[in-house]
Write a protein that binds this ligand. Sequence first.
Ligand code: NAP
Length: 296
Amino acid sequence: MIVAPPRFERIALVGIGLIGSSISHACRRAGLADHIAVHTRSPRTLEQAEALELGDSYHGDITEAVKGADLVVVSVPVGAFEAVAKQVGPHLKPGAILSDVGSVKQSVIDQVRPHLPEGVHFVPAHPLAGTEHSGPEAGFAELFDGRWLIITPLDGTPEEPVARLEAFWRALGSKTTRMDVSHHDFILGITSHLPHLIAYTIVGTAADLEDELQREVIQFSASGFRDFTRIAASDPVMWRDVFLHNKEAVLGILERFHKDLEELEDAIRSGDGETLHREFTRTRGIRRAIIEAKQA
Ligand code: NAP
């Protein structure tokens, strides 16, 4: 099949934080849009976006931003998609592609799909790229380079818009793959959501210590704790929404995690060094595999 080039006449970016602004930078770098229209909820963020020249036009009114757009990419917290879809649905151009970058896919699909008119192609997507920073100033053109972009195509969507969005993301620097929706939410539950929950817990435990102990934890922070504090500095709204909207998968994974943790706890209590050594050896292999896959 011949896929149309990933260039679009008008791209509307709804939400212009870390991910939205990085899409703008990478889009500019690859020359993928004649016009980038930017919308964000607050006047302050819109002003920041304008000062950073992230778009060609800036709209406080979301319907003005998406009017006539061939591609609309929504980059807002996972819990905000229904309200956005309700507002933009009636104003989307027939044949337009609506996509998103949400970290959870089933919930976003459930929130968006009922509000889209016939003839608009909804192609859900998730870039596996990010930092602990947020807001329009946090974005940069290289964020997606060499990182995976997962598309979870919906039944009944024609191949052409899906392939076109894939080509777009490849031009932004990503590697692309397709996945079933529930599989995506399960895999990301393990690779991203659980580690964030653990980091928030560990750093939260330190935050509960009395002042003097807390000062020492900060002063003598070894790399283990320091690495967790970076993850636990991630945006609280984004992560609140991820856990509320990927509830089933995360609770299932947490059940397994509790079991594994208890096994290690038992091994420590009973002085079972063999079990501890076996477990710690097994897990090194996963780190090596990640390095070999160039995802370190
Ligand atoms: P961000 O930097 O915090 O930016 C959030 C954007 O969404 C801002 O434009 C903000 O607008 C807007 N927004 C916030 N709450 C809203 C609401 N209730 N209604 C409408 N707009 C709202 O966030 P981000 O890191 O770019 O994340 C955006 C999406 O990307 C999320 O769905 C997240 O799951 C996904 N994602 C994030 C990462 C990551 O590492 N950060 C990685 C992959 C995917 P105002 O500032 O104007 O209020």
